[in-house]
Design a protein around this ligand. Sequence first.
Ligand code: ADP
Length: 266
Amino acid sequence: NAETRINLRLIPYSEELWLLVARDVSKLMRLEQVRRDFVANVSHELRTPLTVIHGYLEMLEPEEKPDWAPMLAEMQRQSQRMTQLVEDLLTLSRLEAQDRLPDESVAMAPMIATLKREAEALSQHRHQITVEDDTQLDLWGSTKELHSAFSNLVSNAVRYTPAGGHIGIRFEHDGDGAVLRVSDSGYGIPATHLPRITERFYRVSTSRTRESGGTGLGLSIVKHVLNLHQARLDIQSEVGRGSTFACHFGAERVHPRDHATPMFAA
Ligand code: ADP
């Protein structure tokens, strides 16, 4: 029936024989849907109480009890973290629920300028930040989702690079397509962790990671957004030397920049 999903695999058996394996994955897919709905519902339900708690915590001033100040500050930090976690879970649920995104022209010059500003705000002058953008190409896709993916990469680059390091954002030609690279001279990721690094909540377990304040969902969001754009994420990393996250977009995803808009408005 329409609900049934069969997975077919052809496996070489001997020189002349192949095995055709048919597996009914309908139940698995239904369970996967239940899991998605559950996560989406829980995240949604947590949003309102968290907003209230966060709001009131922000208003509390420990003037009469000065020794409460560090506890209040920690509560505010943790409620901020929980809010970010819920927002990231909702973003993932939204991405999982769609198989296509709106296809609009994504202006890369303002996108890169925004990413640079975000890197500077997070870095607070602790890193050297460089930007290169000489393709004269724009992308087809969703500006909002692509911004969220690139922004996660930039935030990671800053958070996992010690002060004095370098962060680079480059938009370049890549054959007939284009590639956006976010590189850093930071801690790097051990090769054994790379295959699983984009799984949700997968983190290289160090005290540094815990202190970094992330949610463990950033790279999972990046992976989903790129998949929805038929784009590929390539990660190069060396412990102690740094990492480069490259988002490769095929020829069908790029187009020349529209210069019809005057550069300097009157
Ligand atoms: P998090 O919120 O923990 O940063 P992510 O999904 O964005 O979650 O990243 C998963 C893990 O990958 C991080 O916990 C960190 O260990 C590692 N990681 C991600 N980006 C970098 C980077 N630029 N340099 C070093 N490690 C990184």
